[in-house]
Design a protein around this ligand. Structure first.
Ligand code: FES
Ligand code: FES
Length: 173
């Protein structure tokens, strides 16, 4: 029906969008819905701490207005683990010491899941050589380039890269 406000789905549950069209998706998640796993770092698109998935694609929720995502499916870190426990990538982060303070971790995890989906769809990155290749391997350079939007002030990047490579490098070949 024209003018009808559709809800947004957060981790599989429908909720009403905010009345105020100025509210960012990040603030809506954190302040209204109390999904505090999604972190606010720079609040200007530079750190990746606020990364969430929308219909499987990674976005920076600090740069998104909640009302833009009417009817869409948003997955935050709280929705990443399944009914059987941690997502395999979460387990790999633990095993590879992929975090210290953990502030960047939810964004790193959501971003890596979105990155893997981009590889499956054949979306090239800045360092992809063959733009027409049907399959794309998650090489070391590809991984670092594709995750370069997610900063870690603790310097846990080596563990982060190792964890992501363990889960997705083989699958990307
Ligand atoms: S808080 Fe969104 S990119 Fe830093
Ligand atoms: S683990 Fe502290 S910012 Fe990454």
């Amino acid at each position: 029906m024209a003018g009808e406000v559709r809800p947004i789905r957060i981790n599989g549950t429908e909720v009403d969008l905010p009345i105020d069209p100025r509210v960012s998706l990040l603030d809506f998640l954190r302040e209204t819905l109390h999904f505090h796993g999604t972190k606010k770092g720079c609040n200007q698109g530079a750190c990746g701490a606020c990364t969430v998935l929308v219909d499987g694609e990674r976005i920076l929720s600090c740069l998104a207005l909640a009302v833009q995502y009417e009817g869409r499916d948003v997955t935050t870190i709280e929705g990443l683990c399944g009914e059987h426990g941690l997502h395999p990538l979460q387990q790999a982060f633990i095993e590879h010491d992929g975090f210290q303070c953990g502030y960047c971790t939810p964004g790193q995890l959501c971003s890596a899941v979105g990155m893997a989906a981009e590889l499956e769809r054949g979306v090239p990155s800045h360092v992809t050589g063959d733009l027409l290749a049907e399959t794309m391997a998650l090489t070391h350079d590809e991984l670092r380039e594709r995750m370069s939007g997610n900063l870690c002030r603790c310097g846990a990047h080596n563990g982060i890269v190792a964890a992501i490579a363990e889960i997705y490098a083989e699958a990307a070949k």
